[in-house]
Design a protein around this ligand. Structure first.
Ligand SMILES: NC(=O)c1ccc[n+]([C@@H]2O[C@H](COP(=O)([O-])OP(=O)(O)OC[C@H]3O[C@@H](n4cnc5c(N)ncnc54)[C@H](O)[C@@H]3O)[C@@H](O)[C@H]2O)c1
Ligand SMILES: [Zn+2]
Length: 349
């Protein structure tokens, strides 16, 4: 099935289904008819997957970059761009990213910057990539000073989400992806009891539809797109502190799950929702097998400090919160209240 991201002339489809990867040649033929060369960028471990094969229908070259978050670095970008330059691409040619969210972020940024922008096809193979990272045109790399500090908006000409690739995803990565899926399910008002009849395929479709609708309404995160940051205020703070100790301690989606449980407790403390909303959140997270406990040794004061300095906050405490009018971004939440909720939350069984 296709879900479209509506952005005027730059609109594109997210193709979802088993075997979507086989639509690359057709997509390039339709959306980049003047392309002569396709440079496919992936990682060594993705290239070894049983489902890995690419037919672009035009001259093609496969390049690899380091796996995982290590791909999102300026030195990796430089090496990649030098390699791309060897193929003498024109502005009509295509870069194709095949891999997790880290890979598609890097390749998207390479496509945004090479010749000030070449065509891009994203083929996300992780759950996070399919439901989130590869859709919406946010691309970028990390600095030592922080994640995603350098980037650009660059929309792809198409996103091919092949659900068959998810089968080889390690369990922990799948679980991390479910953190973002749970976020979408909660934003959509879903209950845990309804999840019994819903397949992973349906959940991916639901999440992609939500992201596509939000991006269509608000490409650059002025308003509605910010709702996708639900659970992310605490999540970013947890990730920042975790990164300083052990980069493997918390996957992004795991941090988001904890952040969702926390945000609803902030909403309850502010009198915006009653306790049934907290239970709805906890039940959904539990259904997905997601932990909502903050790992040991995260001091409240450090978390508060990190939340106030989130790049998406404007030096205050900003949360996406549930309320009578649905979800909305709330600025300047009282630090004492947040601190009290955090203390109680950390003490929960
Ligand atoms: N641009 C955005 O809007 C956006 C949104 C959310 C996340 N992100 C970014 O995405 C990144 C996280 O993405 P991620 O969770 O996919 O992590 P990742 O890209 O690091 O991938 C996780 C691991 O899974 C492997 N993998 C991917 N697909 C596989 C498959 N089908 N089979 C076997 N192994 C597979 C990868 O090679 C990697 O080792 C972060 O850098 C985050 O900042 C970007
Ligand atoms: Zn996220």
């Amino acid at each position: 099935m296709n879900v479209s991201v509506e952005l005027g002339e730059r609109s594109y489809d997210v193709v979802l289904g088993d075997g979507a990867r086989h639509q690359l040649a057709e997509l390039i033929r339709q959306r980049a008819p003047r392309a002569r060369v396709a440079v496919i960028v992936t990682t060594p471990s993705i290239a070894l997957q049983p489902w890995f094969e690419v037919t672009s229908g035009i001259e093609q070259h496969v390049l690899t970059v380091p796996d995982g978050e290590a791909a999102k670095a300026l030195d990796v970008l430089e090496v990649l761009l030098e390699e791309v330059a060897q193929f003498e691409l024109s502005r009509f040619d295509v870069l194709v990213g095949i891999g997790g969210g880290a890979l598609t972020d890097l390749v998207g940024f390479a496509a945004a910057t090479y010749l000030r922008g070449v065509s891009l096809v994203q083929m996300p193979t992780s759950l996070v990539g399919q439901v989130d990272a590869a859709i919406g045109g946010k691309t970028g790399v990390n600095l030592r000073s922080g994640k995603n500090l350098v980037g650009a908006f660059h929309q792809p000409i198409g996103v091919l989400c092949d659900l068959a690739t998810i089968a080889t995803l390690p369990e922990r990565e799948r679980l991390a992806g479910l953190g973002e899926v749970a976020k979408c399910w909660l934003l959509e008002g879903g209950f845990a009891a309804e999840l019994a009849d819903v397949s992973l395929h349906d959940l991916i479709v639901m999440s992609v539809q939500l992201k596509a609708a939000v991006v269509s309404a608000d490409e650059q995160e002025g308003g509605r797109r910010a709702l996708l940051n639900y659970g992310h205020t605490l999540a970013h703070a947890l990730e920042k502190l975790a990164l300083a100790r052990d980069s493997d301690e918390l996957r992004h989606g795991e941090a988001v799950a904890i952040g969702l449980a926390f945000a609803v407790r902030v909403a309850e403390a502010l009198g915006r929702v009653d306790h049934s909303e907290v239970l709805r959140h906890d039940d959904v997270l539990e259904f997905f097998g997601l932990q909502r406990r903050i790992p040991e040794h995260f001091p409240t004061s450090s978390l508060l400090e990190a939340m106030a300095h989130d790049k998406k906050a404007h030096h205050d405490l900003t949360f996406v919160l549930a309320g009578a009018e649905g979800f909305e971004t709330v600025h300047d939440v009282d630090p004492q209240l947040v601190s009290d909720v955090l203390e109680r939350f950390q003490g929960e069984p």
